[in-house]
Design a protein around this ligand. Sequence first.
Ligand code: ADP
Ligand code: ADP
Length: 223
Amino acid sequence: KKLIEFQKVNKTYFLGTQKIEALKDIDLTINNQDFIAIIGPSGSGKSSMLNLVSFIDEPSEGKILYGDINVENLKDKDIAQFRSNKIGIIFQNFNLIPVFSATENVALALQIQNGNNKENIEKSKELLNELGLGNHLNHRPNYLSGGQKQRVAIARALITNPEIIIADEPTSALDSKTGIEIIDLMKKINETKKTTFIFSTHDPRIINQVEKTIELIDGQIKK
Ligand code: ADP
Ligand code: ADP
């Protein structure tokens, strides 16, 4: 089933009088439970594309559909709602809150969505346990390895049951072996919880493990 569709999407930035065409004429369909890697050299448009999928940015031209909804027609407040209900985001540098424990970092995502609720902490602990962090529930990010931090970030993205998780270079701050473990974990979640994933990567070892890749070159999808 189709989840997201890009129709003839362009993204243009202006730097003074200079026009940068970051994405050109992008047609793309993301289906439910896809596991997609976006690859391509630095500057090819990977971040621009993921920023459109996650509503961080909007297209200069063309349409993005979520199911049957044209994102262009949503009001800002609805976009915020849509995002917190349907989308999880994972960052290159984890973006965890340093003064919060692993559990609190995850619970915060639930609190933002559902308000203060006794169950937030319990649910967060359960999910962290499931992701192999049972011995680190009360640790702050500084006391966790890179791979452990990214697991906390995955738990934070996953705790609200999003339809899709979007990750810009989720392994680039990790050594290659840990990076592969993180992608394996994402794949396992993709299979067991049916969460759709779209992420960018440079790592050739990861690219070889992913069935569906989209290669960008100068803002266009390589056919
Ligand atoms: P990648 O993620 O593949 O490195 P990006 O999407 O970050 O590619 O960048 C694509 C092109 O758009 C590059 O030329 C980059 O410099 C430019 N670009 C990205 N973001 C901006 C911005 N906010 N303002 C101006 N130019 C930008
Ligand atoms: P990556 O290579 O990981 O995609 P970049 O270093 O290209 O990241 O971009 C990091 C941030 O800077 C992004 O938010 C992007 O939109 C912005 N950016 C990238 N290139 C430019 C640019 N030429 N001018 C202004 N902002 C830019």
